[in-house]
Design a binder for this molecule. Sequence first.
Ligand code: COA
Length: 319
Amino acid sequence: MVGKICGTGSYVPPHVMDNDDLARIVDTNDEWIRERTGIGKRHIAEDETTSYMAGQAALRAVSQSGIDPEEIDMILVATSSSETVFPCAACEVQRIIGAVHAVGYDLNAACTGFVLAFNTAQAYISAGFCKTVMVIGADSMSNLLDWTDRGTCILFGDGAGAVILKAAEGEPVYMAAHSDGKKGPALTQLSRHRKDWENEQNKESYLHMDGQGVFKFAVRKVPEIIEEVLEEAEMNLEDIDYFVLHQANKRIIEAAAKRLKVPIDKFPMNLEEYANTSAATVPILLDEMARGNMLCEGQKIMLAGFGAGLTWAACLFEW
Ligand code: COA
């Protein structure tokens, strides 16, 4: 058995901050941000929490799939910015959607989290432990940022995306995942929230990043892991209809496409609108592709994520 996607959903907060808005807070400008990242704006949570956004994305996925929430056996939420350490966001999602028979737990692998949660759900389904799994990526990055640091605050946004996987007969799913803990210092975040830090004036507590280090890592590791999964599947790059990559930076995606020698139109992007929503980028993009009628049965989709840890993961499945 494999997990087939039977519904997708996403949610972003209505409040939009564009590059000109950011230029009023830090020394930056629209041209620099667009040229170096491809980002035009980001949606920023005001009162919305991470688990609220996850719940809204989940409700939309349930309504699109037509399944009864009571059928869901498991809810996995990939997040590194939940408003509570516990209870986990997945249990709050369970309450919001009324998935009374599900077990829920969160996974944290930063921006790679959704792809790893997707792989985890596939493993539970293929082992026969679960039939219907809700997989969510949700993050409120705005709570983690130093809004006086132009090197990081321009890159991120808030949002959530969800997919529902249902056990079915089908083509095998192929996956790979790696970590390099030695490179942890390249991207770090202490586990506390902005409002506490503001009170303490403690800048060390915000997200810290070696931008160029992370850039080089992503450009090298994403093509490598895609090739690794293709080798396992005994398939070629031409067999893949879409490469759905973590939406961190347009230049990273373009560089990966160039290294792989695959036309850029096989790499859909939406980071101009949402920026990097961490674990939420891949499922938000999948939802937009599904609702935009870009996807049809039998297409081969390659997911690839990368981020803090450092971690990177990929998954090849049939739509
Ligand atoms: N606006 C204007 N200028 C800025 C700026 C901003 N927001 N941020 C940095 N600069 C300046 C720097 O101070 C530097 O100026 P200097 O040459 O006078 O010292 C110049 O722009 C170049 O900075 P640099 O850091 O070399 O830019 P870059 O081309 O590496 O781009 C990132 C910076 C952060 C956009 C890029 O490294 C990146 O995207 N890295 C990956 C980060 C990422 O995706 N992280 C999440 C992964 S999950």
